[in-house]
Design a protein around this ligand. Structure first.
Ligand code: ZN
Length: 52
């Protein structure tokens, strides 16, 4: 089952959707290191909301 998550890049402040099959709220830091399509490099992201 895939869930859509709204992420905010802490570098550029932009938000975008990521579809993954695991629960991002289980992250201990609540931050995800991932490729940002706007920065075009790996940055930290805050999990804004979950869209079912
Ligand atoms: Zn970014």
């Amino acid at each position: 089952m895939v869930t859509r998550w709204l992420l905010r890049c802490v570098e550029c402040g932009r938000t975008w959707y990521l579809e993954v099959s695991f629960d991002l709220t289980k992250l201990s830091s609540r931050r995800l290191y991932h490729f940002c399509p706007h920065c075009r490099r790996n940055t930290f992201h805050e999990v804004v909301t979950r869209e079912d």
